[in-house]
Write a protein that binds this ligand. Sequence first.
Ligand SMILES: C[S@@+](CC[C@H](N)C(=O)[O-])C[C@H]1O[C@@H](n2cnc3c(N)ncnc32)[C@H](O)[C@@H]1O
Length: 256
Amino acid sequence: MTDVAAAFDRGAASYDLLVSLNPGYHRHLRSAAAVLARLTRSRPRPVRLLDLACGSGASTRALLDACAEAGHGVVDDRDVDGPAPRTTEIVGVDLSEGMLARAQSKTWPAGVEFRRGRVGELDLDELGERAWSGALACYLVRNIPSDQRDAALLEVRRLLEPGGRLVIQEYSVAGNLAARLVWDVVSWSVIIPLGALVDRNPGLYRYLWRSVRRFDSPAELVRRLAAAGFTDIRHRTVPGWQRGILHTFVARNPAR
Ligand SMILES: C[S@@+](CC[C@H](N)C(=O)[O-])C[C@H]1O[C@@H](n2cnc3c(N)ncnc32)[C@H](O)[C@@H]1O
């Protein structure tokens, strides 16, 4: 698939329905978002967070809820009289206009906004270099061509303030035969047929299968994060049927 934005534009209308059929999808988003919310809770106010590849806003919602639960104090100024102090701001960024339109059509409190942008070619002056306390990137990195991934991760690090955190959620089966086998079986027996039935868009879901098979191993992604200058890199897989397939990575922009 050469045009990822066009594929997601086409899949945008059915995206929320299809991911809701994946047991654990929202739970795993919430768990990745909770890690970022916890790690950024004590950053100086306002805490400014990016949701990179925010898509239809599912990960943005998870991040918003996680921030509220972690005590960030996300303000919904529909509930207050007069100007309210915003202690957390979240900006969702995505390259697909269709996915962004879905995100924007939902109800959000003040302090949450969305912008179009391609990670790897972001305008750092506009977004603000070293301006962000943290970034969440769920199902982004695999969609960046492998020869552009190192530069994209470096770009993300440059957006983070010293000590800022990056949390990545991503599928990775390279180097794990059992995980590859489960991924193949689930893709061809459930995900691709459902994509064809619900979305009439099997191409996007064949792309999902193929891109996961071709993606870096967890160790390779850790190497890339370190090469981009991140420190304190940790990763773990999720429980449930996606054990060994879906992973959460945490990394830190060193304080310098
Ligand atoms: C599988 S969706 C995930 C959306 C959301 N993060 C979630 O978890 O529900 C992947 C998203 O990545 C976006 N995307 C792919 N490559 C991108 C890039 N280089 N920069 C920004 N967004 C990108 C696509 O447009 C799509 O909306």
